[in-house]
Design a protein. Structure first.
Length: 254
């Protein structure tokens, strides 16, 4: 009984092998199993095999294991070999193993829909994965670019303030008083110094990933009385701080 195939149009039993059209009513497709094309299975295995799409096309539920472990890239390597094997398999052996009486043209439209839907789902998944990787990487790049631009101005300010303090033994009231006359870089919205503590505060402007955040440059005297600068900022990652003033990661943030 398992080998009996009936027409989807008139319901009459079909001869073996199953014809592409019912010999009694001419209906197409004839009821029964879907014909699985070797070429489609091979191409799916080569291009999308890492997600088990070729196994779903062949009606094998265990393709879900390919999908679950696709992140290991092992299913991709396995499916690459399977795709080559599929394409090199003799047509008779292929039909005997995967079609069992189904003939070309039988259920092809449904198979095409499955392939298209599977391809779209994989494409959406790949776009999502690429976006998840690219967006944070781009944001990190924008932050580092803005920090690099501001870092050059920060070094100029610290050198000027250090020189002013060394000569006068007083903290300048403004950066301009210390001799910092260069215009602010594009990535910087405001720059000022605290005349009491000597802390220089640089507020980032728009046009970068650090808009609104503030970089604080803290003066510290070493054992020889020389001024060293430590940079910190609330909300600023330690790894993004300029190397010349980064200091130790366990230093307290401002």
């Amino acid at each position: 009984m398992g080998n009996l195939v009936f027409c989807g149009g008139c319901g009459r039993q079909q001869p073996q092998p199953v014809p592409a059209q019912c010999p009694f009513c001419g209906a197409k497709p004839v009821g029964g199993k879907r014909y699985k094309q070797k070429s489609i299975a091979g191409v799916l295995a080569l291009l999308l095999g890492g997600f088990g799409i070729h196994r779903f096309y062949l009606g094998q539920w265990w393709g879900v294991f390919y999908l679950l472990f696709s992140w290991t890239f092992i299913p991709g390597l396995i499916s690459l070999v399977e795709g080559i094997v599929f394409l090199c398999t003799d047509d008779e052996r292929w039909d005997a193993r995967h079609n069992q009486g189904a003939v070309p043209g039988q259920g092809d439209s449904g198979a095409l829909v499955v392939v298209i839907v599977a391809g779209l789902l994989v494409a959406v998944a790949m776009i999502g994965i690429l976006a998840a990787i690219a967006i944070p990487a781009y944001a990190d790049y924008m932050q580092r670019a803005q920090m690099t631009e501001v870092s050059a101005y920060a070094q100029q300010a610290t050198v000027a303030v250090t020189a002013h303090y060394t000569e006068t033994e007083q903290i300048p009231a403004t950066l301009a008083e210390a001799g910092v006359k260069a215009p602010l870089p594009q990535g910087l919205a405001d720059a000022r110094i605290d005349p009491e503590s000597g802390v220089i505060s640089l507020t980032f402007g728009s046009g970068g990933g650090l808009a609104g955040k503030t970089l604080h440059l803290l003066p510290q005297e070493d054992e020889d009385g020389a001024i060293q600068w430590l940079c910190r900022g609330k909300g600023l990652s330690y790894n993004i701080l300029p190397r010349w003033c980064r200091g130790s990661p366990d230093e307290e943030e401002v």
